[in-house]
Design a protein around this ligand. Structure first.
Ligand code: HEC
Ligand code: HEC
Ligand code: HEC
Ligand code: HEC
Length: 237
């Protein structure tokens, strides 16, 4: 009788221990990873900075990928489908299901890119696979005409290339663009669909923003004579 009680007690203890341990690990799993948010006068930065790591698992593949000379995209072709720099590009190919919003239909080519025989081009990788209603923002180009004449002129894209955005020869160029919707650097800067001029030579460096900072100062040409006139007239008063 005593022996049986001990055995039952033993199993009861094991069972309770199991419940406690399981419950503890279950609760731990529900906790969100803690990410301290740094508040600055210009906004909160931490959440978007994680975008920089999004494709770093394939960075070494990009480094070792041979360049396909026959199917390189130029920056002119890149800008041609955009109403202004940073605008959502129009879809340059037919869309299979006219009434679908996109999602997986589009992501099968645009999630990871790759050569598409029928369009004879590499599919550009989307920096935002999580925004699944693709056609909310990306439209097919149905005509080159406009309904009405207008005077809208396209804003010129920032200059890029050797020395355009670097303080010194060989120093890391500043990002001439904003970071909104551009957190995921490798999606645009690495791989065969990237325009030749902006393809990064060092995709494996992972934390791009460690060295590349946003361009925050638009340099304004100072007219020194105008400044002196203003200064003199205000000090004469
Ligand atoms: C069969 C693969 C395939 C599918 C499916 C596909 N695309 Fe594409 N897409 C491509 C290729 C290849 C290009 C590049 C075409 C070129 O450069 O001429 C491209 C280009 C684009 C571009 C222009 C990108 C740029 O940087 O100029 C957009 C936008 C786009 N596709 C959106 C979509 C959307 C939205 C869908 C879903 C409705 C979709 N695509 C479905 C292969 C595909
Ligand atoms: C909320 C609007 C919005 C949605 C939804 C959206 N996009 Fe975009 N997309 C943009 C904008 C804006 C850009 C241009 C980003 C830039 O140049 O800074 C862009 C750029 C792109 C590019 C070109 C990247 C490059 O090389 O510059 C591709 C490819 C693309 N989107 C595909 C997709 C696909 C596929 C989906 C659906 C899974 C999608 N987009 C959903 C707004 C959107
Ligand atoms: C939506 C696509 C896209 C994303 C995402 C993106 N860029 Fe760019 N980047 C461009 C384009 C296009 C240019 C050329 C200038 C322009 O049109 O803004 C450029 C230019 C640059 C340049 C200047 C290169 C030179 O030779 O002067 C640097 C540096 C740069 N980007 C760094 C980054 C970093 C770092 C990130 C990630 C935080 C990033 N970019 C994310 C598209 C992108
Ligand atoms: C350790 C610092 C460092 C890191 C990290 C870094 N870069 Fe660079 N980057 C540089 C320097 C320095 C140059 C200028 C190279 C030159 O002039 O030869 C440069 C140049 C560039 C250019 C201009 C084209 C080129 O390759 O010369 C682009 C685009 C660029 N970087 C994007 C990126 C992206 C995207 C990442 C993240 C994967 C990144 N960089 C990470 C230091 C860095």
């Amino acid at each position: 009788m005593k022996k049986r009680l001990v055995i039952i007690l033993f199993f009861v203890i094991i069972f309770i221990t199991f419940i406690v341990v399981w419950n503890f690990s279950y609760q731990k799993g529900l906790e969100e990873a803690y990410m301290p948010v740094i508040e600055t006068p210009a906004g909160n930065f931490m959440p978007t900075e994680s975008g920089v790591f999004k494709r770093s698992n394939v960075a070494v593949d990009y480094l070792n990928m041979p360049v396909d000379e026959n199917h390189q995209r130029t920056l002119e072709a890149y800008y041609a489908s955009r109403a202004f720099p940073g605008a959502p590009p129009s879809i340059p190919h037919p869309v299979a299901k006219e009434r679908s919003l996109g999602g997986n239909t589009c992501l099968q080519c645009h999630q990871n890119g790759g050569f598409v025989e029928k369009y004879s081009a590499y599919a550009p990788i989307t920096p935002h696979p999580e925004m699944v209603n693709c056609r909310q923002c990306h439209v097919t180009k149905n005509t080159n005409e406009t309904f009405k004449e207008f005077t809208f002129s396209k804003k010129q894209p920032p200059k890029v290339g050797e020395g355009q955005n670097s303080a010194l020869l060989g120093s890391p160029p500043v990002m001439p663009h904003q970071l909104q919707m551009r957190e995921n650097c490798l999606s645009c800067h690495a791989g065969p669909s990237t325009p030749k001029l902006i393809r990064v030579s060092h995709p494996e460096r992972v934390n791009c923003r460690q060295c590349h900072v946003p361009k925050t100062n638009e340099q304004v040409q100072v007219d020194i004579n105008k400044f002196l006139r203003q200064f003199n007239s205000s000090s004469n008063e």
